[in-house]
Design a protein around this ligand. Sequence first.
Ligand code: ZN
Ligand code: ZN
Ligand code: ZN
Length: 479
Amino acid sequence: MSPPPAACARCDRTGVKFATTWPEGRICRRCYQRATRIHGTCPACSQPRLLPGLIDAEPTCTDCAGIPKDFHCTRCGREDEPVRTGLCAHCCLADDLALLLDDGTGSIAAPLRPLFAALTTQKHARSARAWLTVNRHAEQLLRDIAQRRAPLAHETFRDHPVPQKVAFLRELCLEHGLLGRVNLDIERFQDWLESKAEALPAADARLIRQYARWVHLNRMRHLERRGELKKGTFLAAKQSTTMAIGFLNHLVTRGTMPRDCSQADVDDWLATGPTTRSIARTFVRWAVEHGHIPSVEFPYRTAQTTPVIGQQQRLDHIRALTDPTAPITAADRTIALFLLLYAQPLTRISRMTLDQVEAIEDTILVSFSGDRLEIPPPFDGVVRAHLDALPNANTSSHRGQAWLFPGAQPGQHMHQTSIMDRLRELGIDLLGARNAALRALVLEMPAPVVAGAFDYSYTVTDRHRRDAGATFTDYVTHR
Ligand SMILES: [Zn+2]
Ligand SMILES: [Zn+2]
Ligand SMILES: [Zn+2]
């Protein structure tokens, strides 16, 4: 009978390689490694020790477990698993690093000393060693820097053939002050910019680099100094630069050099593509300001295109409504007037009540919000005619509940879709007309006043003011 195969005293596995034999029996390599990494207070003697032993399933120190081995490092006295004979991981790491970071004279290269100090005093010497021995690129680079074959500078890491392999080493150097502070996100943007610029004709590349540096990188650095640099800044900068490149490509396809860029080139750029093209505005304005392209206007555009009829067309409509011979009912005339003069949407007009209109002597007042507005002649006549034509039943007692535009059904107001149909028959583009009216209003009075009096949000009136201001007045007068 052959003896039973030897099993590990701790894990009971057979067919394993054994590391040692302790009082409890043979210990496999895996159990040995695990045991020699446990530090803590020994439950038997209450000393802070390495705890490789085992008593009643509890890790204990070598003395209490009767393990005949001294784990104290022969150099530093630390009780730990020896990496090389008699030497702990810390001492081995220090030896390895001293060799690696040697400047050739037998001492550690001066610029790398803070890194040496940081690595050798950290708690996890074992993992630092593992990282260095596994990562040949980092090891080689450290050697090159120590022996001055490579400068200790950001470029060394950036220009490394496998930058990601030395990225962690770079972060360590940054952390311990071996490299000047740099924002890695800004650097990534620079890399991105370079890759984009390289694909462009030389003159365009120069322009794009200048633009990105002066406008975006400066801003990024400024924000970084204030601790306000966000991820969104990079996205916006990339989008802006991409659109700038798109605009330059647009000029190329039109056979135009930037210095010959005309208003038609800008207008065509905006008219023939998606609304995101308006993002090129920052670039075009910068280029104009710095004399790279002639003075052209780059009008604002809203996110969605806003249909607007021309102001002349709007005035023609208004004139038609005051023509007494036109075949339009007094109600429809009034409704159209509220749309064309006061930019009121039909949903709101159709629900207006009688008390929103007041006739005081010769004056007709209307209120769409809290403000009462005087309707100027000749338009007051149109409204008066409508009031006169209203059936008596409607005007009697309960003015507050009486509709200004009563529908065919008793108690109902006119339905907005039927109004819509009739106004369309008159050739009025309803949304375009309302926007045109709003623009006319905001050109006549401040946007907040328009917002208040005509019951629009300030965002809407301000947007129209900008649109009206930039595309309608400024744009026209500048040309
Ligand atoms: Zn075992
Ligand atoms: Zn003990
Ligand atoms: Zn040691």
